[in-house]
Design a binder for this molecule. Structure first.
Ligand SMILES: Nc1ncnc2c1ncn2[C@@H]1O[C@H](COP(=O)(O)OP(=O)(O)O)[C@@H](O)[C@H]1O
Ligand SMILES: O=C(O)C(=O)C[C@H](O)[C@H](O)COP(=O)(O)O
Length: 306
């Protein structure tokens, strides 16, 4: 079976603070590109992951998760010399915050020589994020090499900005993300990330800048407002689906996975964005990055009745 959507990055164990007791953390799984793969698979796409894990309990649990979710993990290496990364999510009046235990993790030791070149060349879309490039110099080189290889073989590349300044300084992020934009076909920015990366605060000026890199499609994530979808010929705000959000961790990843899944299934970008808005909105109604990601039937039921 070929894998249509491949993602490259770091999966982690998640400990997510509960609101009723600030000392209680619920264990789950995260890592933006892994969340993306699971979101795509739950919408019926054939997705697969490129990364490395430690030879530890949580690395094994991640493999079990991908097996259960039908995400192909045959391109996830095991590194006996390093640990699987961990992160904590805490919540306050300003939203959610991440703390990491991931320096030197197995995924951060990934290098270009490990890339599954034939699988990348056979995919329809290769996805990565700012985090995939931020975790180490070797992982950054591998991510950019994977994008260049995909493009060489006519595989579309997709990039979520996911800027994490705890992982790299802004100047390096700007430099490396510019290289990634130049190799990108579909960009999935969010407001805070892209305004920090470009220094711009006007939505259309940001879209103009991204299109000027040769990016063909931008789906600008706007939280509770929905998203702004832009191609060279058309720009449209696609309104959000209204929900009572309790935890937006992973909403952007869910949006990306659903959006790319629907694009590869043949939807036009505006239709795919309408679908992804509903999918991501539903994912904010439960805690954690993975558990509340809905399946296609739930999303289609809402789309069919609205
Ligand atoms: N409060 C919300 N209500 C409805 N939909 C939401 C809400 N928050 C996020 N979403 C959906 O999730 C998508 C991604 O969320 P956003 O916060 O913009 O991205 P990121 O997590 O990457 O910062 C949005 O484009 C929207 O479709
Ligand atoms: O920060 C990281 O390195 C992670 O991968 C942890 C989270 O799973 C994602 O960051 C969620 O990302 P959002 O969809 O933007 O909420």
């Amino acid at each position: 079976m070929t894998t249509d959507i491949l993602a490259y990055g770091e999966a982690m164990v998640e400990f997510n603070q509960r609101q009723h007791d600030a000392r209680m953390y619920l264990q789950g799984f995260g890592g933006d590109t892994s969340n993306f793969c699971i979101a795509a698979a739950r919408q019926g796409a054939r997705s697969g992951y490129i990364s490395a894990l430690g030879n530890d309990h949580f690395g094994q649990k991640l493999r079990e998760l991908w097996l259960a979710e039908q995400v192909d993990a045959s391109h996830v290496a095991s590194d006996a010399q390093a640990a699987t990364g961990v992160y904590f999510v805490s919540h306050d009046q300003n939203g959610h915050h991440f703390d990491y235990l991931r320096a030197g993790s197995a995924a951060s030791r990934y290098a270009s020589a490990q890339l599954p070149l034939a699988a990348i060349a056979a995919a329809k879309v290769l996805h990565l994020s700012g985090i995939s490039l931020a975790i180490s110099a070797s992982a950054c080189d591998a991510g950019l090499a994977a994008m260049a290889h995909a493009r060489k073989h006519g595989v579309r590349t997709s990039l979520d900005t996911n800027l994490r300044l705890k992982l790299w300084p802004l100047e390096r992020a700007q430099e490396k993300m510019r290289e990634a934009f130049a190799l990108c076909d579909i960009c999935l920015p969010s407001w805070d990330d892209i305004s920090a990366l470009t220094g711009l605060d006007d939505r259309d000026a940001i879209v103009d800048t991204l299109l000027s890199y040769g990016i063909g499609l931008v789906a600008f994530k706007l939280g509770a407002e929905g998203c702004y979808v832009a191609t060279a010929g058309e720009r449209r705000l696609v309104p959000a689906y209204g929900v009572e959000a309790v935890d937006a961790t992973g909403a952007g990843d869910c949006f990306g996975g659903a959006f790319i899944a629907r694009l590869t299934a043949g939807d036009d970008p505006f239709r795919a964005a309408r679908y992804a808005n509903v999918c991501a909105a539903l994912s904010t109604t439960g805690y954690g990055a993975v558990a509340p990601i809905p399946r296609a039937a739930q999303v289609e039921e809402i789309l069919g009745s609205s």
